[in-house]
Write a protein that binds this ligand. Structure first.
Ligand SMILES: Nc1ncnc2c1ncn2[C@@H]1O[C@H](COP(=O)(O)OP(=O)(O)OP(=O)(O)O)[C@@H](O)[C@H]1O
Ligand SMILES: [Mg+2]
Length: 275
């Protein structure tokens, strides 16, 4: 079942420049989609249009079969959670608990239910120990986990991550990528992740590649990265494992193209044992 359907979407911030041009795509429920594209290609704008934070100029957006319009906006907002890049800009509460509670209070959720929801979602992102701490005293990765718990508390069925790991150190990045992957696998949430992390892209189900406001490529990571010329033409990079594979080819080691280092290393081990 398609959970997001976008047809001929257009949007501009100003009259001079078209920011999103005739973009159409659809996303299957429960899938993990990555959105890639050079800086300024329109990725965050698409995310904001889908979440109803910006109003489209023309075209249609359907979420869960419902057209995104003024009438359906409140219902659709409840179905989509969005986590942004900068963990410091997402805090409202003076403790982690208050912060996770913020959206619930706005939705007038009774106190007895609120505690259960807070505990459940803090546990899901492994932040139970920090519930009474001040969010400003946490590490970047911990802050992003709290932001995710706050979004999850609203029970969305689509989660959008707009470069949620880009400001974190390698350990923080890995923590958040694991949380995202678990949410996808364990509760079957539909994930849209805007990222420059090729390894994350390689592990996603589907890829949308934007170039100057247009959808330049879409498909599985294999399909998208198979067209290396086009990937380079839209100013993107191919995975390190593919470059390594090319290098090995040039040196007489015939290996398949792999999107991940795990795949390449596995094949090399096989290759070696057959020598
Ligand atoms: N609030 C705004 N007002 C005017 N122009 C904007 C605004 N936000 C973004 N833009 C412009 O719209 C275009 C698309 O921006 P967007 O933020 O969607 O790109 P992006 O692909 O998310 O880039 P990045 O990888 O740098 O985050 C850019 O040219 C940008 O300068
Ligand atoms: Mg952006």
């Amino acid at each position: 079942m398609k959970i997001i359907e976008v047809e001929n979407l257009n949007f501009s911030y100003s009259e001079e420049v078209k920011t999103i041009q005739d973009v159409s795509f659809s996303i299957e429920k429960g899938t993990y989609t990555t959105i890639i594209g050079h800086n300024g290609s329109g990725k965050s704008t698409i995310a904001r249009l889908l979440a109803g934070l910006l109003e489209k100029e023309s075209g249609t957006i359907k979420i869960d079969g419902m057209e995104l319009n003024m009438e359906n906006l409140p219902k659709i907002r409840n179905r989509i959670g969005i986590v942004f890049q900068n963990p410091d800009n997402q805090f409202i509460g003076s403790t982690v608990r208050d912060d996770i509670a913020f959206g619930l209070e706005n939705h007038c959720v009774p106190q007895e239910q609120m505690d259960d929801i807070i505990n459940e979602n803090a546990a899901r992102v492994r932040m139970t120990k920090y519930l009474d701490k001040e969010p400003t005293h946490l590490s970047g990765g911990q802050k992003q986990r709290v932001a995710i718990a706050g979004v999850l508390a609203m029970k969305p069925n689509i989660l959008i991550f707009d470069e949620a790991t880009s400001m974190l150190d390698p350990q923080g990045k890995d923590e958040i990528k694991k949380v995202i992957m678990d949410l996808h696998k364990e509760i079957g949430l539909t994930i849209l992740s805007i990222t420059h992390d090729i390894d994350e892209v390689a592990h996603s189900d589907y890829v949308l590649a934007l170039d100057s406001g247009r959808l330049a490529m879409q498909g599985t990571p294999h399909e998208v990265f198979a067209d290396e010329r086009k990937i380079r033409a839209i100013q993107l990079d191919t995975p390190f494992s593919m470059k390594m594979g090319d290098f090995l080819h040039q040196h007489g080691v015939e290996v398949e193209k792999h999107l991940t280092m795990e795949g390449l290393v596995k094949e090399l081990c096989q290759y070696r044992s057959n020598m």
